[in-house]
Design a binder for this molecule. Sequence first.
Ligand code: 9D3
Length: 247
Amino acid sequence: MEIYIFTIFPEMFTGIINASILKRAQEKQLITVKLIDFRAYAPSKHQNVDDSPFGGGAGMVLKPEPIYYAMESVLGDIQNFPGKILLMSPQGEQFEQKMAWELAQEKRVAFICGHYEGFDERVRFLADKEISIGDYVLTGGEIPAMVVIDAVCRLLPGVLGESQSPLFDSFYDGLLEYPQYTRPREFRGLTVPEILLSGNHAAIKKWRHKEALRRTLQRRPDLLQKRDLSLQEQELLSELKHEAEKK
Ligand code: 9D3
């Protein structure tokens, strides 16, 4: 996948893209990352990328020209760009795992990042999609772009090792993870559930499924609403509800 990032803070990305999995993905030539400082494309001699809003009011607005010129110079004709152009914006569609899988199908993805101000409305015409990462105020679109890049790249074939395959992200799809333990069997008086040491794989599987349901019921009941429950899961859930009544 070719990744293009249009930003006035390219240095914010260098630590993230040159470490860990994203570094390895570039070494394996599974992804390429091109950082473009759109300030370099600002027309004025002071290279301003923003200006005060027409109609008055506080704050500044990102001008269209630096972003258009940067994108046309790097991507060519925007209308015919063979990939997805994403505008990072608090007004965008909320990013989630399904969108990560969709973007992972693309050959090329370009990100436009603003920094603590809105875009001139005409910048929106450049984008195929506007993306937010959630309902909280950040200082810019750079961290959201990194979040999306991280989530998408780990889904690309070959980026993760076989044992960490994203197909096994959650064994019980759409549920939270069951509790996990490793050595030692006892730490500061805290022990590992006996069943995990039993060697009874069928019983362990059932325990894990039940604990995944327990955790989801406690912490994210909304996930259970969204999901069809198998017969086995309906039984485990009613067990959990009976246990809760007894207490
Ligand atoms: C001062 C400008 N604000 C007017 C009330 C709006 C505003 C614009 C841009 C507030 C923050 C930002 C910077 N944030 C992003 O560019 C951003 C973002 C976010 O803040 N939260 C979640 N997802 C995203 S994607 C881009």
